[in-house]
Write a protein that binds this ligand. Structure first.
Ligand code: GLY
Length: 288
């Protein structure tokens, strides 16, 4: 199959700079596509693309992640491949690129998910340095809003949340992989885990294709939406899967799916969702 890379910055409110988001999505496509062109795996290409978004403060993942209720950043990330490899970290703190640690979990351990302190300890043992992902902007926001009442917090949560970033890649060896990362919901209870590290919830991959979902994790997990999209690929294309499954649920969310025929399905029922696609001869970025 021809190499293909799709990236997304999640469904959200566009409170952060959409022009800059477009630029970073373009850079994520370029960085991931270099890996594919050099013969790297779909998993590494997807991870590389997600790392570029994690490194930018305009997305809710890695640097720029939203704080939890006590002002700390807890992050979730995962990687899934069409060969059945999966690795995830949940509620990890003080690392720069959670998606890179998720890849290490899939590549270097017999486990699927490492959580909390254990995940951070694993990262340190693998040589990943201590890093504070809370930006000055998020520190300021926390200071200003930490005494808000629950109504105001709910408003903030709908403004700043649900912005999972993700990537799906196909490499020259017919492998398809998805990688996802999020800082979760602003002011969430410490220890809350989103849909991102839950196989079948916010991410899934099989020999039919790979899927990432973006939106409110609790509902996505209850409905196992990524798994549903994958099952739909049994007798539908990626385009049909995205278009039909988005209508099945009365919740705000987005679907990005790539099937084994290199078809791409993107659908969302929110005001905005940023995404980009790249092949050898084609590149498109939709920043909002
Ligand atoms: N999907 C991201 C979250 O629920 O935090």
């Amino acid at each position: 199959m021809e190499p293909l890379l799709v990236v997304h910055g999640g469904v959200g409110s566009n409170l952060r700079d959409s022009k800059l988001r477009g630029k970073v999505l373009g850079e994520a496509l370029e960085a991931g596509f270099v890996v594919l062109k050099e013969g790297g795996s779909a998993a590494l290409a997807a991870v590389k693309a997600v790392m570029v978004m994690e490194d930018s403060p305009v997305f809710n993942a890695g640097t720029g992640s939203v704080p939890n209720l006590i002002g700390e950043v807890e992050m979730d990330a995962s990687v899934a491949t069409s060969e059945g490899n999966f690795g995830a970290v949940a509620s990890i703190k003080n690392v720069k690129n959670p998606v890179r640690i998720a890849y290490e979990v899939s590549d270097k351990t017999k486990h699927l998910i490492l959580a909390g302190e254990g995940a951070t300890l694993f990262a340190r043992n693998r040589g990943f340095k201590n890093y504070e992902p809370l930006t000055d902007e998020m520190k300021k926001l926390f200071k200003e809003k930490s005494n808000c009442d629950s109504e105001e917090i709910e408003k903030l949560q709908s403004l700043y949340s649900n912005e999972t970033v993700g990537a799906i890649a196909i490499d020259g060896f017919d492998s398809i992989a998805a990688a996802v990362s999020t800082g979760g919901i602003i002011f969430h209870l410490p220890g809350r885990v989103s849909d991102v590290p839950i196989l079948g919830g916010g991410v899934y991959a099989s020999n039919r294709g790979a899927t990432t979902i973006t939106g409110k994790g609790e509902v996505i997990v209850k409905e196992m939406i990524a798994r549903k999209v994958d099952e739909y690929l049994i007798d539908h294309s990626a385009e049909e899967a995205a278009k039909d499954i988005i209508q099945e649920f009365e919740i705000d969310f987005g679907i990005i799916v790539v099937d084994q025929d290199c078809k791409v399905g993107i659908a969302y029922n929110t005001e905005s969702m940023s995404w980009g696609i790249k092949t050898q001869d084609y590149k498109e970025v939709q920043p909002e």
